[in-house]
Design a protein. Sequence first.
Length: 516
Amino acid sequence: MSYLKQEPFGNASKQTTGFLMATIFHNYINGEWVASATGRTFEDRNPARWSDLIGLFPQSSAEDVDRAVAAARAAFPAWRRMPAPQRGEILRRAGDLLRARKDEIARAMTREMGKPFFETRGDVQEAIDTAYYAASETRRLFGHTVPSELPDKFNMTIRQPLGVVGVITAWNFPVAVPSWKIFPALACGNTVVFKPSEDAPHSGMLFVQTLIDAGVPPGVINLVHGDAEAGAALVEHPDVNAISFTGSSEVGSRIGGICGRLHKRCSLEMGGKNPLIVMEDADLDLVVNGVLWGAFGTTGQRCTATSRLILHEAVHDEVVERLCEEARRLRLGDGNEEGTDMGPLINQAALEKVQRYVEIGLKEGARLVLGGKRATGPGLDDGFFFEPTIFVDVRPEMRIAQEEIFGPVLSVLKVGSLEEAIEVANNVRYGLSSSIYTREIGRAFRAIQELEAGIVYVNAPTIGAEAHMPFGGVKQTGNGHREGGWEVFDFYTETKTVYIDYSGRLQRAQIDTAQD
Ligand code: NAD
């Protein structure tokens, strides 16, 4: 087992594996970097240059999860008893460390999951904001005091942590999304077992390293790498009190079913098919910039990506033409190179999925006006690059208007009124983010009221969450919980109701207060 303590991110070593010199990474359990019980590993590669091997990560099993959960369980009593503001101090230090390491972590994230450096810096910034926000909330963590219906009696609620929380995340926001879950979970006094995506384990590890360096005690944060096998073991583990999951609706609904059977609290943040409505009175310069960013930022691989553009017929042709002109100019390439606007898709399977959806769209009768194929050429052939792609003549029932493609594919639908736009926007199984561009306040408010979505933007694209605002979706995007904002502190705490009777006699609620 390799273990180099002196490195700044001291958990990896170079080893020769066959003909290959590879960096070997470990799990972090009970304050120690350890190999997986199975001895198996998986490769982590750069999607912009597949020949670039980042390292080998442990392919963990139920046994590794068992050890991590046992460590988290043992660490729980001391952590929950530490005064919350002291826990907050540790989180604040983690925020400071993320800030100091921002560029270093962002470079590594871009190498691992492809989005350009300016975007990965934003990803780390979101984690910094979340750290400071969670730290400040440790001085509040309010309960309620309410009047009693009886004399000389005091009623209040207090918040208590849940216990061990299992955190399972997707790869596309490999630092921000874990931070949304782990910082508030720790702030509330829970201990954590974190399983990052198998497509972004290095970013997950760099995030955990900042927590360790900030002084999170052994066992309070544990990192277990791996795929569905490790994730499923965490969900099923009887000593895990809650699961916070971000990923696809398919996996999320399976996890929700298991948690229901096991009486486990469970927060699910899942897929999206986010509409952006443009009315005939909109500022079209603003629209074109917003759609470009919303649809092709992160190569369309955001849960909040603008994947349906719903255009009023009066502005349809002009917006499509201007969009194509601008999207054609986007520079594809390695996100760590200056000037890159759009990185690759995450892996071969994602590339094939996007290609499949282009074929489906054509077969359904939609018209391709931009892109539609793998991008090739100097600097692109070793990666999973795909051209920015725009379909017009898309009808609401088509699969490319209904299903999450998770790539740089925009489906454009034409409508004749706000009512029709809202009907089309709501006609999907997802409900994460949404947007309307209009100068008329009445239309904006109608959309705010009627759109079936957890988030509505007015005159801004469907992406751009802020750490202190609730984030999450309705319908098959979520299960009623929110990340971010105050709401997430509700998820990570149990409410305890306390009655203090200082009357010195037996008072019977509902009996001694009866009016009849
Ligand atoms: P995914 O569902 O394939 O995987 C997500 C995580 O779940 C990974 O860590 C994976 O190892 C784990 N997993 C897979 N099968 C499991 C099982 N049976 N039991 C337990 N864990 C299991 O998703 P992905 O491809 O990594 O990410 C893309 C998806 O994530 C998209 O649908 C996107 O919309 C969604 N997403 C949602 C949000 C949000 O906040 N709503 C944010 C980012 C991404």
